[in-house]
Design a protein around this ligand. Structure first.
Ligand SMILES: Nc1nc2c(c(=O)[nH]1)N[C@@H](CN(C=O)c1ccc(C(=O)N[C@@H](CCC(=O)O)C(=O)O)cc1)CN2
Length: 282
């Protein structure tokens, strides 16, 4: 069996070159798209992701502000920042980098972001719109996975998709997006007994749990399509996914690598959502 590696960075470059055109035409109308990211505390991975976002935005001509707040910022102080951004007509996209410190209620914070500027697609209005198949801001990682599957012409309709992980950021929305494209979707999670009885049935297996190399060759049907959302940093500094990648070569038909698979797509769809927001708000 030959295995095609679905490189997110290749697809990301392709999508980003199209976005550059959109930005040019927005600028001709006097609109400069702007993304503002709020990060709280010193989580090293979060700081890296925010740095990547800012650099990627600026590279294609989106202005990017990062508001760095100390770990002891109160929930009310954070809500005040969000309110200011909601009112600020120069900001089109507002993003709160997750995870937040324990003393801050994530739901209250995400609900406070204006749905029109919610380029992460985490506000309940956008979540609800996605669930009933309406136009919405889609969360960036699952949106990127859909673009990746489309780019590599992986058929989705009528396929049995098994999603491992039920987070609001990835697991739940990717299942809904695939359902909206006529896949049959099974969700598995930390309380699922005998996980591999499900994973072995998948035509398309999406793994988003954050456990290094949890899924082995024995857990995957021959010829399946595997999408690995994991990003675990080992002590060696190496980043690995939720799937034992090397074992899958020659066994599956398509697979995303880690790094350079889903990660770059997450960033790209954030840029795309920010441009959408700028178009809608101007
Ligand atoms: N507000 C949000 N917070 C978080 C999100 C999100 O979508 N919105 N997702 C994750 C982290 N994340 C983006 O914020 C993210 C994770 C990983 C990557 C990435 O490109 N990873 C690389 C590997 C890491 C590296 O080499 O440095 C890859 O897979 O190639 C981008 C973004 C949680 N928080």
């Amino acid at each position: 069996m030959s295995t095609t590696i679905m490189y997110g960075n290749t697809v990301a470059d392709y999508i980003r070159s199209n976005l550059t055109e959109d930005i040019r035409s927005l600028k001709e109308q006097g609109v400069i798209p702007k993304l503002t990211v709020i990060i709280i505390g010193d989580n090293p991975a979060s700081k890296t992701y925010v740095r990547i976002k800012k650099k990627a935005a600026e590279k294609i001509g989106i202005t990017s502000d990062v508001i760095e707040l100390p770990v002891n910022t109160s929930e009310q102080q954070l809500l005040n920042h969000i309110e200011t951004l909601n009112e600020d007509s120069s900001t089109h996209g507002t993003l709160i980098q997750l995870p937040l410190p324990d003393h801050i209620n994530e739901k209250r914070v995400l609900d406070a972001v204006s749905p029109e500027k919610d380029v992460d697609g985490f506000h309940p209005i956008n979540v609800g719109r996605l669930s009933i198949g309406q136009e919405a801001f889609y969360p960036c990682t699952p949106y990127g996975i859909m673009k990746l599957l489309h780019y590599y012409q992986v058929p989705v309709a009528k396929k049995h998709v098994v999603v491992v992980g039920r987070s609001n950021i990835v697991g739940k929305p990717i299942g809904q997006m695939l359902l909206n494209e006529d896949a049959t979707v099974t969700y598995c999670h930390s309380k699922t007994d005998n996980l591999n009885e499900y994973t072995k049935q998948a035509d398309i297996l999406i793994v988003a749990v954050g456990k290094a190399e949890l899924i082995k060759k024995k857990d995957v049907k021959k010829g399946a399509v595997v999408v690995d959302v994991g990003n675990t940093f080992l002590e060696t500094g190496k980043v690995v996914g939720d799937v034992a990648f090397d074992e899958m070569i020659g066994h599956v038909s398509f697979i995303t690598p880690v790094p350079k698979g889903v990660g770059p797509m997450t960033i790209t769809m954030l840029l795309s959502n920010t441009i959408q927001a700028a178009k809608r708000l101007s």
